[in-house]
Design a protein around this ligand. Structure first.
Ligand code: SAM
Length: 291
């Protein structure tokens, strides 16, 4: 099940910056073009921490996935907004801890599709698949993900550095809620999101610089707005924090410095009573009545 990894017939518009390629440049990758590099450098000029921030995001991905596979017993991952293959992709981290882990990657950028083959290198006990789809098309994503994931068993939904590509009018919170309704209790949400209320001035300038040139605008969000995305879920300690401070480990930048990037991990509650939101509680109870 793939969206044609290998990229047959894929066409790239290299004249404008794309977030997957700009992010690749900040990470030190080679899969980017002049328009990506120009805007990436302009952002670095206003927000020099951006390179540390994206590396910290990859490290957060590694810590979250390792926790899920090694400590929480999770064996299924739905990684939406995968990005270009890099060191320690989700399936590599998960399968190191639990070789039978199954991972579905989803991205809507043609350059990621071109490189999807490198994401499909599962070890034989597990499985990986790539779906070429937009996060807003959850019907398509969930339909294709069920070909490889069992939605009767817990799934870790991963939305790392992707929801800032979804403007408020496309209701990112509703997309998260719908995804978490599709997975059973005991499932997890791993999420990271650029912060609008850390290094506020620099973030506002760098966002403006990027948005003036890119076809798909980005939206940084505040701690309160990012926290609201976890409505109805139980946040694991330490809650929503700058992601380099989330269970910081070796290789992370010092936790004393600020980085404008939030991250957290949360679990879908097992019992309706523990669910915090009334809407979720009502859904949960209805699901129980209807068996
Ligand atoms: C900043 S990269 C993050 C990559 C990876 N998750 C990480 O944390 O290292 C964002 C990725 O999300 C993808 N993306 C952006 N908007 C999307 C959408 N509406 N649907 C699916 N993928 C999207 C981009 O193509 C890009 O590959």
């Amino acid at each position: 099940m793939t969206g044609g990894p290998g990229g047959e017939g894929v066409s790239l518009d290299t004249s404008v910056p794309h977030i997957a390629r700009v992010y690749d440049y900040w990470l030190g990758g080679k899969d980017n073009f002049s328009a990506d590099r120009v805007v990436a450098e302009q952002v670095i000029a206003t927000l020099p921490e951006i390179r540390l921030s994206v590396r910290a995001q990859r490290a957060f991905l590694g810590r979250a996935v390792h926790y899920l596979a090694a400590m929480a017993g999770i064996r299924q991952f739905l990684d939406i907004g995968t990005g270009l293959p890099s060191a320690n992709n989700t399936h590599e981290v998960a399968q190191r801890a639990a070789p039978e882990s199954r991972v579905v990657y989803v991205d809507n950028d043609p350059i990621v599709l071109l490189h999807a083959r490198s994401l499909l290198t599962s070890n034989p006990e597990g499985a990986t698949a790539y779906v070429d789809a937009d996060l807003r098309d959850l019907d398509a994503i969930l339909a294709r993900a069920t070909e490889i994931l069992d939605f009767g068993q817990p799934v870790a939904v991963m939305l790392l550095g992707v929801l800032h590509c979804i403007p408020d009018e496309d209701e990112p919170a509703a997309l998260v809620a719908r995804l978490m309704e599709a997975v059973p209790p005991g499932s997890y949400l791993a999420l990271s999101h650029p912060a609008s209320d850390v290094a506020t001035e620099q973030m506002a300038t760098s966002m403006r610089t990027y948005n003036d040139q890119a076809p798909i605008p980005l939206t940084a969000r505040s701690h309160a707005e990012v926290s609201a995305l976890f409505a109805g879920l139980d946040l694991l300690d330490p809650g929503v924090v700058q992601l380099h401070r989330w269970r910081a480990g070796t290789g992370d930048p010092g936790i004393a410095r600020d980085l404008p990037n939030y991250g957290a991990l949360a679990r879908k509650p097992l019992s309706c009573g523990r669910a915090r939101s009334g809407r979720w509680r009502r859904r949960c109870r209805r699901a129980r009545w209807t068996g």
